[in-house]
Design a binder for this molecule. Structure first.
Ligand SMILES: [Zn+2]
Length: 186
């Protein structure tokens, strides 16, 4: 039995691509998340990015406003929403954020904008982008399951601010993180 399965994660994930996104990549991510968290995953279609989140001066979207919208889209309390956007996100205290999670609200959000940045090691662009999206999606969803930011730079819960750090970390929870969450769930 995988550690993820032992955690007894019984909620459902709803992936919400907002605006124009590559649906083949979104579907690939969704099916990967099924095995990751051992839950059902749905993909909502045709959702637009909420325009009230746009900050005209910054040319960016206020992440927290989108999280609130995601919360309103839930059809059951056990659903964990994962919004995906192409646009650049911010919160007032930071120039940008790659993603954000609201554990109390059980919604998470990831932007592809910064993940598209080139890295000198980048060989296969689509593969690298997907790998980054997976790591950041698992990171933000992990917060909804009680995982905290981790100091292990190889752990998926390592807090990353740019693509270089994202590329350096792995896509798995480290043993410390798994142990901690297991205790918290008891
Ligand atoms: Zn860890």
């Amino acid at each position: 039995m995988s550690p993820q399965r032992r955690l007894g994660l019984r909620n459902k994930i709803v992936v919400v691509p907002m605006g124009e996104l590559d649906y083949s990549m979104v579907n690939k991510l969704a099916s990967r998340l099924v095995s990751y968290f051992s839950v059902g995953v749905d993909v909502l279609q045709g959702v637009k990015i909420p325009q009230e989140a746009l900050n005209q001066q910054r040319g960016q979207y206020y992440s927290t406003v989108i999280l609130t919208k995601l919360e309103l889209m839930k059809s059951a309390p056990g659903e964990k929403m994962l919004g995906l956007v192409e646009e650049d996100l911010y919160i007032p205290s930071k120039n940008y954020v790659i993603g954000q999670a609201d554990p109390a609200g059980r919604s998470a959000l990831v932007s592809l904008f910064r993940l598209r940045r080139e890295n000198y090691e980048m060989l296969d662009e689509a593969k690298v982008l997907y790998s980054r999206l997976l790591k950041e999606s698992v990171h933000q969803l992990g917060r909804l399951w009680g995982f905290k930011d981790c100091r292990n730079p190889k752990c998926v819960m390592y807090l990353t601010d740019d693509v270089y750090e994202v590329d350096r970390k792995g896509n798995k929870f480290c043993d410390n993180c798994l142990r901690r969450v297991k205790v918290r769930l008891k």
